[in-house]
Structures are given as C-alpha cells and as structure tokens.
Design a protein around this ligand. Structure first.
Ligand SMILES: Nc1nc2c(ncn2[C@@H]2O[C@H](COP(=O)(O)OP(=O)(O)OP(=O)(O)O)[C@@H](O)[C@H]2O)c(=O)[nH]1
Ligand SMILES: [Mg+2]
Length: 368
C-alpha cells in the first residue's frame, strides 16, 4: 500500500472532520453513510498494523476455570480491592493510580462453578489508542466472557469514557450481533434483500458496501440495520461481550450524591468492596450473566455426583457433554437419559446429539 501511519491518521482526521460538520438529514444520509464507510476502512487498516504489534508482545493470561470475567475501570476505581474480596487472589492495593501494572487472575468459586476474574491495569481516556496500558486492558476485556465495568461513585463521568474506549477497541458490550448475511460471489454485483430500513436507504447500503470493497455479493439484512452495524459486519472481528455496570466505593459518598449517580448511570449494582456492601449480590449477578450450564453426569444404575458439575456455556448440547466426557464418545453415542428442565419428564430418552441441555440437568450417556 505504501501509505504510512501519519498519512493514514491525516486522512482519517480529514474525513472525521467532514463527518462532524455534515448535518444529518434525508438528503445527506447517503454521504454520511459513505463517510462512515471510508473512515471505517482506513481505521481497519490502521488497526491491523497495531494488532500485529500486540500479538508479538504476547501478554495474554491463560484462561482457566469455567468462564472468565474482566474487571475494567479507571485507576483507583477499586478493582484490586474487589478481586481480593471475591477470589483467592492477592493483588496489590494502593491509594495511587496505576498500582496494578499487569493482568492478575483470581478464581471465584460460586455455586459449584469456578469463575476466573481478571484484575487489570486502570483504563484511561485514549486507551484504545494505546494510552496507559490501554492495549493490554482492552485485550483482556475483548477476550473475556463478561466485562465488569467499575465506576467510582465520586466520578460518574468515567462510564462514558470507558464505553467509548471499548467501542473504539471493537468491543460491542451488551449489543446484539446484527443479523446480516453476506455471501460473496465472483461476479454479478450486489443484490441486497432487506425489510423496511429507516436508518439508511437501500442505495446508501449498496454504496457503502462498494466503499468497503464488497462488490459482488448476495446480502441479506434482517431488521432495521444501521450504517454502523453494516460496517461492523463487513469488517468483522467485532466482539459481542455481555457486560455489567457497577458503582464502587459507595461508602465514600453521601446518600444524595449516590442517588444522583444511580439516576444518571442506571447501574446494575452498587458496591463497596472495602465495607463488604453488595458483594454477594455481585457474585450472583456475575453467575447469572454468564449463563453457565451445570450438568451432572451419572452412570446407569448409579447416582450422579451432585457436587461436581460439568460446566458448559449457554446453548450447550448433548454433543458438548459427550466431547467433554471422552474423546470419540460422540461417534459411539446411542442415546442419553435426562432428568431436568430440558426434557418433558424425568429419565426421558433423548436420541439427538443436538438436544440442548439446561442448567442442573442430570445426564446419563449411553454409548456403544
Ligand atoms: N472508601 C473506599 N475505598 C476503597 C474501596 N475500594 C478500594 N478503595 C481504595 O481505593 C484505592 C484504590 O484501590 P485499588 O483496589 O488499588 O484500585 P484499582 O482499581 O485496583 O487501581 P489501579 O490498580 O491503580 O488501577 C485504595 O486506597 C483502596 O483502599 C471502597 O469500597 N471504599
Ligand atoms: Mg489495581
């Protein structure tokens, strides 16, 4: 390509300025969509260069346990204090910013599951551009099964900044993946099928696709897709991660101030790690949002060990149970008997490997 970083940045800034100064209305809808597509394409190019550098650094923490949640917050939001309270870990706590300089894992044992919690360095404005330990923090968030956003009760403005940095780092927290299907083909142009679009018209969508270098494809949009969502799907590698928002250090502000912050941010929960406020509720919330599926396996004629579940992700099937039990079990599968909420009656015989199991099912796998 030959286009260097400075040139890229200049071009991006130029288009962003144009976007900022363009009034959005029916008449400009098309050019706004196109500008967004142009910016997205240039930023994608920049991002690819940056991630090549990160991969070379290799700082990722090994995932263990049944799922991983990352604590994301500004410096001194109370992440390490919280990690120490709810896990077996011992992470350094201090009254100054950037106490934690690397990713520190701990395990939360809850309802017979083991949830890995990651304490990470503080996130600051510009993190997605690499400020502070931005790349490391955002990589931890991106790879997690759950993001826990911590906002200091005395600094509610932190939430917007964090949301922005996560978005810039291609993390789509609490957002549903848009239903867009793109099947590329060698020739024939773009054929677009969609329902009623209110956020962009069909011609704009097609022009944007061309701008994003999709020239021959069958494209299906379901629902009222926005220009940003179209860009997300064409470029790919967005991470759709569930998240919870909690306000920390509630003991340090008065009631009136806390009520104001709650009304403003609408958090999932308010806590004080230091004063042990809301910690049990937080554990339960983490567990709920991860939607883990605990399965108790048994052998025919014996009782299941109800103390040690097999823990699977939401949507897990009998096939997943087999795979985890034993390599090659799937090929020898005859049927399963299930007791629990995924079947109509206890001990029901299930013949399909695709059968979805439910939390707390007891499963007996029969093989050849
Ligand atoms: N009043 C009050 N202070 C807290 C609470 N939790 C943490 N602190 C204090 O806030 C300061 C920062 O706490 P840390 O747990 O180190 O914060 P951190 O988010 O890990 O900070 P970095 O590692 O720098 O990003 C320390 O002085 C803690 O004692 C709390 O619930 N209430
Ligand atoms: Mg810390």
């Amino acid at each position: 390509m030959g286009i260097n970083d400075t040139k890229l940045n200049e071009k991006i800034a130029e288009f962003e300025e144009e976007l900022r100064t363009t009034k959005y209305n029916k008449r400009t809808q098309r050019s706004v969509g196109l500008l967004k597509a142009k910016i997205a394409r240039l930023r994608d190019e920049k991002h690819k260069k940056a991630t090549a550098k990160i991969a070379a650094d290799g700082f990722a923490v090994k995932k263990t346990g049944d799922a991983t949640a990352a604590l994301i917050g500004f410096p001194s939001a109370g992440k390490s204090t919280l990690l120490n309270k709810i896990t077996d870990a011992d992470s350094r706590v201090a009254a100054y910013a950037f106490t934690t300089l690397t990713v520190i894992p701990g395990i939360l044992n809850y309802k017979k599951t083991r949830i890995q919690i990651l304490d990470v360095p503080g996130l600051i404005e510009g993190a997605s551009e690499g400020k502070g330990r931005g790349k490391e923090v955002l990589a931890a968030a991106s790879n997690a099964d759950l993001i826990i956003l911590l906002v200091d009760a005395a600094a509610p403005e932190q939430l917007q900044v964090m949301k922005h940095e996560l978005y810039e780092a291609r993390i789509r927290m609490n957002m549903k993946k848009p239903e867009i299907k793109i099947s590329k083909k060698p020739t024939g142009g773009i054929s677009l099928s969609c329902g009623n679009l209110t956020k962009m018209d069909k011609a704009t969508a097609i022009a944007m696709l061309h701008e994003l270098r999709v020239n021959n494809a069958d494209v299906v949009l379901r629902g009222d897709v926005s220009p940003d969502e179209l860009i997300d799907i064409v470029e790919g590698n967005r991470r759709y991660v569930p998240g919870i928002i909690i306000i920390t250090k509630v003991d340090a502000v008065d009631n009136a101030a806390l009520e104001k912050v709650k009304a403003l941010l609408k958090p999932d929960l308010c806590i004080s790690a230091e004063k042990n406020i809301g910690l049990n509720e937080l554990k339960e919330l983490i567990f709920q949002r991860l939607k883990l599926v605990r399965i108790y396996c048994k052998e025919a004629g014996k009782n299941a060990d109800m103390n040690e579940p097999m823990v699977l992700a939401e949507g897990a099937t009998i096939k997943n149970v087999c795979d985890k039990l034993h390599r090659g079990f799937v090929n020898r599968f005859r049927f399963a008997r299930i007791w629990g909420s995924s079947v109509k009656f206890d001990g029901q015989k299930v013949l399909k490997l695709e059968h979805k199991v439910a939390d707390e099912d007891v499963v007996e796998v029969h093989v050849n």
